[in-house]
Design a protein around this ligand. Structure first.
Ligand code: KIV
Length: 283
């Protein structure tokens, strides 16, 4: 098992031109599987509001909920650098609120960094969190917590003015101290330009292959999100279908009486037939 990454080893990977893999993860059992696969970083994304809690967006997720999921992931993936997402309204109100909540996420989960959405608008928050000793991953482009402002989950950085805005956001979060930045739903040439301009690590999702690394939502990439399949998602396996089939087979075998078979029982611990007959007669 390779040694757990730090912000230094991740930045060295960018310097060497090595791509960085990131997956979202929300629970202990999946975290163990991601850890076993040597994925470089885990994001405990507030996308858990959709994947784990069934909401239609990420806005209802609370700090306390993030902490419960985050702790389970850190326990399951002790060898992976874990980033905790800051949920909606846990950092926007004030710099003090942002530092307090970033501190809680690190202290109460054991994760290694926090992520927050927004560009120049949150640079004071990023600087203060970094100054308090917590590495920050920024998130620009399509930021799902602002979907209402964008009028939906829409590609950002289209057109010259918007492209300039996304680049300026990237420069602002880097100047504030972010070591990593998610570029979500940004056109690929703009993402490539940003990735070559900044020293921080760019992690793309729907932003093309030129970013320094990639992130996908775990459930999406293993076929567990039903019919939801944005253009940038690739199914690397069909685990959802395999699970439904397993549940169908179980249901059928229980009903047919073929499960459990003798090998699934503790037959050797049974008393003698004579004694069981005696019990039957006694009661
Ligand atoms: O919440 C999340 O999972 C994210 C990723 C999609 C980048 O922010």
């Amino acid at each position: 098992m390779p040694k757990k990454n730090t912000i230094n080893t991740l930045l060295e990977m960018k310097a060497r031109g090595e791509k960085i893999s990131q997956l979202t993860c929300y629970d202990f059992s999946m975290a163990r599987l991601v850890d076993a696969a040597d994925v470089n970083t885990i994001l405990v994304g507030d996308s858990l509001g959709m994947t784990m809690q069934g909401y239609s967006d990420t806005l209802p997720v609370t700090m306390d909920e993030m902490i419960v999921y985050g702790r389970s992931v850190v326990r399951g993936a002790p060898n992976v650098f874990v980033i905790m997402d800051m949920p909606f309204m846990s950092y926007q109100v004030s710099v003090e609120q942002a530092v307090t909540n970033a501190g809680r996420l690190i202290k109460e989960t054991g994760a290694n960094a926090v992520k927050l959405e927004g560009g120049a608008a949150v640079k004071e928050q990023i600087k203060a969190i970094v100054d308090s000793g917590i590495p920050v991953c920024a998130h620009i482009g399509m930021t799902p917590q602002s979907a209402n402002k964008f009028g939906g989950f829409k590609v950002q950085g289209k057109g010259e003015e918007n492209a300039r805005q996304v680049l300026e956001d990237a420069l602002a979060v880097q100047e504030a101290g972010a070591f990593m930045c998610v570029l979500e739903c940004v056109p690929p040439k703009l993402a490539a330009l940003i990735s070559s301009k900044v020293e921080m690590i760019t992690i793309g999702i729907g932003a093309g292959a030129a970013c320094d690394g990639q992130v996908l939502v775990n459930q999406d990439m293993i076929g567990m999100s039903g019919s939801f399949k944005p253009k940038f998602v690739k199914h690397f396996a069909e685990i959802g279908e395999a699970m439904t089939q397993a549940y169908r087979d179980y249901d059928a075998e229980v009903k047919a009486g073929t499960f459990p078979a003798p090998e699934h029982t503790y037959a050797k611990s049974d008393c003698s037939d004579e004694f069981l007959e005696q019990l039957r007669a006694e009661y």
